[in-house]
Design a protein around this ligand. Structure first.
Ligand code: ZN
Length: 468
């Protein structure tokens, strides 16, 4: 199958120019002016942007959590991603305590089998380590293409690890070339605050945010940075929400340490005002770390502009409001933590980042595609439009208006964090390795087209093809 994309404005992290793109088999084979070749499919992209397919480094599909399972499985979650211009994501395998990583990996692969709409890789969330077992097994994961280890410093009694497990994992990473990822919140302190709130009869969703203060995130972020530096491991702090966590990351980066930070779409747009909404409406905004006061929105925009933070993910972890979030109707600590977002990352960041003049188009591509691809060993196969790269391409119409609403979304959840928001600019055609995935409102390809992508070790490149 060959595709010729004519006259679009190609925008990568570094470049912005008008040219034609010729796709042969699954990769970009030629980029040039007025290419005159025949193709199975010709796409007129004049007046449109030609962007690399986006990479989401942080999602949770078909994941057991909080007494239930996230509502989007691989098929519905990846369909939502495809319509939002995301063609590759990295999902979290959660090691059940006491289980081997091999068993957990096999379980996650079987959940994806036959359902994949886009390409995907995996991070391994480490929940416990045993000497003479999983501690040694951890070192072999990069050979399987799993080149990042995630640790939860929060969720005491469930996913949280102690500093010993955190530090030992960092030591292994420093040897194996894996990237360490942390959910940075002080779980012990949060546990105390949650118990005090419940004892005082405070059960509404707002107490989810009030018992997880910014200081708990700032402290854990700094602790992870110092420990990773001590172990000699590269560190990626997921879902940064506030000044207290941005500051230690910025300081470490100023010193030249191997530290990167990510924020998520929702933290630019949701706040304590949302989680305080009456009639349990606030439960829609229960995720961790929690929503913050609005002063942090500008902190985050500044941080993604000046590279204190290097990526924007979705942390898509969708539950229905009616039926799942309601598990915590009488106790905020039982509300499943997580929110949807895979479908609207590009819509929201293009509208309120690029169109509002906060970041450039190039920077948007860098934050949503190129940096995630580079940091997680997918580049340059993913994350850019270049000869030899996978033909994962979004033809984006910057003029077409689009209203975000749960009624039209592809996620299975029953609400949208940005309900009713009107944006200008939406994907028109999405290609996955040269295959038409989405055209207008239609999913053209069938589930099963997506593939598992083994990722390169930290700092290495993943070549799509060896170019002679
Ligand atoms: Zn997450």
């Amino acid at each position: 199958m060959s595709v010729l994309i004519k006259g679009g404005r190609i925008v990568t992290a570094a470049d912005d120019y008008v040219a034609d793109v010729y796709v042969e088999d699954e990769t970009v084979s030629l980029i040039g002016e007025s290419l005159d070749m025949s193709a199975d499919k010709v796409i007129d992209a004049s007046g449109k942007y030609v962007l690399p397919g986006l990479v989401d480094p942080h999602t949770h599909l078909d994941m057991p959590f909080g007494g239930t399972v996230t509502i989007d499985d691989v098929e519905s979650g990846q369909t939502a991603a495809a319509f939002g211009g995301t063609t590759c994501h990295v999902d979290f395998i959660i090691q059940p305590q006491g289980s081997t990583f091999a068993d957990a990996f096999a379980d996650w692969r079987s959940k994806a089998s036959g359902k994949q709409v886009i390409d995907m890789g995996y991070h391994m969330a480490v929940t416990d380590l045993e000497e003479g077992g999983t501690l040694e097994e951890l070192a072999s994961l990069p050979d399987e293409g799993i080149t990042s280890y995630k640790l939860f410093m929060a969720y005491k009694g469930a996913l949280m690890v102690d500093d010993e497990t955190l530090f030992r994992t960092m030591e292994v990473a420093s040897e194996t070339g894996a990237l360490v990822m942390v959910h940075a919140e002080n779980g012990d302190v949060i546990d105390v605050l949650v118990k005090q709130a419940l004892a005082a009869g405070n059960t509404d969703p707002i107490y989810h945010a009030l018992t997880r203060p910014p200081e708990a995130e700032g402290e854990a972020t700094n602790r992870a940075i110092q420990l990773a530096h001590l172990a000699g491991a590269p560190l990626y702090v997921v879902h940064v929400t506030c000044r207290e966590a941005v500051e230690p990351i910025a300081l470490a980066r100023e010193k030249g340490w191997d530290v990167w930070g990510e924020t998520c779409t929702q933290y630019f747009f949701t706040s304590l005002d949302d989680i305080a909404k009456p009639n349990f409406e606030g439960a829609k905004y229960v995720y961790s770390p929690p929503v913050r006061d609005k002063s942090n929105w500008e902190v985050l925009w500044n941080a993604v502009r000046n590279d204190d933070l290097s990526a924007i993910s979705t942390d898509h972890c969708a539950f229905t409001w009616d039926g799942q979030k309601t598990l915590g109707k009488d106790d905020f600590s039982k509300i499943p933590n997580g929110g949807p977002g895979l479908e609207n990352r590009l819509h929201m960041i293009h509208e309120f980042g690029v169109r509002s003049g906060r970041i450039s188009l190039n920077r948007m591509v860098e934050l949503l595609a190129t940096n995630p691809a580079k940091l997680f060993g997918l580049y340059p196969k993913k994350g850019t439009v270049a000869v030899g790269s996978d033909a994962d391409i979004v033809v984006f119409d910057p003029e077409r208006k689009f209203t975000i609403t749960a009624a039209d979304q592809h996620s299975r959840t029953d609400y949208n964090l940005y309900e009713g928001t009107e944006v200008t600019g939406t994907p028109e055609v999405v290609l996955l390795r040269g295959n038409v995935l989405v055209e207008g409102d239609e999913l053209v390809a069938s589930p099963g087209i997506g593939q598992f992508v083994p990722r390169a070790r930290f700092g290495q490149e993943l070549r799509a093809k060896v170019v002679a």
